[in-house]
Design a protein around this ligand. Structure first.
Ligand code: SF4
Length: 67
């Protein structure tokens, strides 16, 4: 799975980076920054549940998982 971020929807604040710190850092405004600097960071299996939770809790529906 990969994590896709829709930048046209994201409004920062960093909730996803707080829920998925292993994959996402955040800039000074709270916009998520994939730690591997890729556009769609791969989600290791052990983090799949955390990633799903981040997707469900994003208030802007700006992130999703791609299989
Ligand atoms: S939780 Fe959603 S809106 Fe908030 S920073 Fe992450 S992607 Fe953007």
């Amino acid at each position: 799975m990969r994590l896709h971020i829709d930048w046209t929807r994201c409004e920062g604040r960093g909730l996803c980076a707080e829920l998925l710190p292993e994959l996402l850092d955040q800039d000074r405004w709270g916009y998520p920054l994939p730690r591997d600097a890729s556009r769609q960071p791969p989600v290791p299996e052990p983090l799949a549940r955390h990633a799903s939770r981040a997707v469900q809790q994003c208030p802007r529906l700006a992130i999703r998982l791609l299989k």
